[in-house]
Ligand binder design. Structure first.
Ligand code: IVH
Length: 561
């Protein structure tokens, strides 16, 4: 991320004494290194993108004002900020033939026009608003995932690697092979390198996080991080169990003798598609900077309707000869820039905090909000995770609060607005007894979680069945809450095995069920009979046996029979 130098920040930096500037530089550099580590290695960011960018800009400004601070170790001098393989990594190191670059960011229309002005200067073209028909941009959605490089030899996938620090990445070929969207064989026996983004669809991200929350595991901050976590699994079966996907956006191919080489980015996208790669259809070529701005305005809202996360638009100079003339600065090409959509935040009222009982008895405080529209949907509920979080954020019932979607997917109460308090707000306390079965609530020494210890608690039981029938378990399509509630209330399901004794006639008796819907559900139950052992084990919801342990146990068993 090479950021344009902000003159106001440089002026502020220049006003510092040399010692003060050095100390500030060291402090920010340390903070950025720590943030990089949490983001890329732990897959668990500690800083928001905006906070990170602000720090980075200040660092760039300090170095502009005091050039002696620009040492090779400075975070501004690294090609990438990705995870560098270290001794703790189980994956082999891979050196990239060409470095995998990162992109500079632009946050508004002005910064995009400044990019256009730099490109024009670099290509000796007249400044805007004069026409420059020989300069055309391609605008692509910026996929919020994990950049990977795929090498194919004679049309076969030979090796896949993560970006790592841009120079050296990790060999994750076995895991990448489990991703259906990545072709194993190309449409022709070409020897190429393709690059693109592995990502996790929003629905899958939400599902995995819900499971992690219930299991008391740390939540993934966004689909990018859960995608990265899924790709860096030691056991490819875990990667396979997470529904990851892929879009290709870069191609390196030596043309065959006599054949015309691909001359531009739009040609590369077409060639990638012809070779059998998934290429995101939401890109547009032949644009000037006004066309680019129109494209991103068009996607500002529309992106929320996509099944995958996009956090911006990547703008690329189309022609490769122009790209070559523009070259790159330390970490990023001069011919491309990433426009970032600001995360949408809205204000609403925290009307209540209600503890919900989960499958394992965990009591999760849930924010009941005055419905507010944010990032494409109306939000009325948001998990507050646990009591410590409620206290840390100092959220009180009745507060005006700021709401956003984490990773643009999961609703999150960011903070209260204490200046709007009237004094009528109330502090939330966990109940002493389970709100469903009235059993005294337990909190283990030193643990954050409160829970209902009654295994027969109706709330727990209902959730157990939902987990059993749900996506991570037996995946019985159509057995949602409304159906499960009826099955349990009417005593049609008293044990997990009972699902498999339900016939079309039984199901037809359910509210709002006709012959057709009963047949569909019966068919879904039939399909669920043949789930793999790991899924069945996970579905049973045995304490301490989650997705990973279930896979380990079934792999171990398979090795013994
Ligand atoms: S082009 C030198 N195109 O964004 C060009 N990158 O912030 C580098 N990304 O490392 C990549 N969607 O992980 C490109 N359509 C797209 C992209 C894209 C997402 C990611 C990629 C890159 C990062 C830079």
């Amino acid at each position: 991320m090479s950021l344009p130098v902000d003159p106001a920040l440089v002026a502020a930096a220049a006003a510092l004494g040399a010692d003060e500037a050095r100390a500030r530089h060291a402090a920010i550099a340390a903070e950025i290194r720590a943030a990089n580590h949490s983001y890329y290695v732990d897959d668990n960011p500690t800083l928001s993108d905006a906070a990170y960018d602000a720090l980075f800009r200040e660092l760039v400004a300090l170095e502009a004002a005091f050039p002696a601070l620009t040492t090779p170790e400075s975070p501004t001098q690294r090609v990438g900020t990705g995870a560098t393989p270290d001794e703790s990594s189980p994956f082999a190191e891979v050196r990239h033939e060409r470095p995998m670059l990162s992109l500079g960011n632009a946050f508004g229309e002005d910064e995009l026009r400044a990019f256009d002005a730099r490109v024009r200067r670099g290509l000796s073209l007249p400044p805007a608003p004069e026409a420059a028909p020989e300069l055309r941009y391609v605008a692509e959605l910026k996929i919020d995932g994990l950049a990977i490089s795929l090498r194919y030899r004679d049309g076969r996938l030979a090796r896949g690697a993560t970006r790592g620090d841009g120079t050296t990445g990790e060999d994750v070929t076995a895991n990448l092979r489990t991703i259906v969207a990545i072709p194993d064989r190309l449409a022709e026996p070409a020897t190429i390198e393709a690059r693109g983004e592995v990502f996790m669809p929003k629905a899958e991200f939400a599902r995995i996080n819900a499971e992690r929350e219930e299991a008391g595991l740390a939540l993934y901050a966004n689909p990018r991080n859960s995608g990265a976590g899924s790709l860096r699994q030691i056991d490819p079966a875990v990667t396979a169990g997470r529904r990851l996907s892929f879009w290709a956006y870069q191609l390196h191919e030596e043309p065959l003798p006599g054949a015309a080489p691909v001359a531009d980015q739009s040609g590369a996208l077409a060639r990638l598609a012809a070779l059998g790669f998934p290429v995101n259809p939401n890109h547009r070529a032949g644009l000037d900077i006004d066309g680019v701005i129109a494209f991103l305005e068009e996607w500002r809202e529309r992106r929320h309707g996509l099944e995958y996360e996009t956090d911006g638009v990547v703008v690329k100079v189309d022609r490769f000869d122009q790209q070559a003339r523009l070259g790159m600065v330390a970490r990023a090409p001069r011919w491309a820039i990433a426009y970032k959509f600001p995360p949408e935040q809205v204000e609403t009222i925290l009307e209540d905090i209600v503890p919900y009982v989960g499958r394992t008895g965990t009591l999760t405080p849930v924010a009941h909000l005055r419905p507010a529209k944010v990032a494409g949907s109306t939000v009325a509920r948001a998990t507050l995770h646990n009591l410590d979080e409620v206290r840390r954020k100092d959220l009180r019932i009745g507060d005006h609060v700021v709401l956003q979607k984490a990773g643009d997917v999961i609703p999150e109460v960011v903070r209260p607005l204490p200046e709007r308090r009237t004094g009528a707000e109330r502090i939330f306390e966990m109940p002493e007894r389970c709100p469903v079965c009235a059993t005294p609530i337990v909190r283990d020494e030193g643990a954050v979680r409160h829970y209902c210890p009654n295994p027969a608690c109706p709330a727990r039981v209902a959730q157990e069945y939902a987990h059993f029938a749900g996506r991570g378990g037996m995946d019985i399509e159509g057995a949602g809450w409304a159906v499960l509630e009826q099955l349990l209330q009417r005593g049609m399901v008293r044990s997990r095995g009972d699902f498999f004794r339900l016939g079309v006639t039984d199901l037809e008796s359910l509210d709002r069920f006709a012959r057709r819907s009963a047949e569909n559900l019966a068919a879904a139950i039939e399909r669920a009979r043949c789930r793999p052992l790991a899924r069945i084990l996970n579905a049973l919801g045995i304490p301490q046996v989650g997705e990973q342990t279930a896979i380990d146990v079934s792999t171990w068993l398979a090795g013994r029979v």
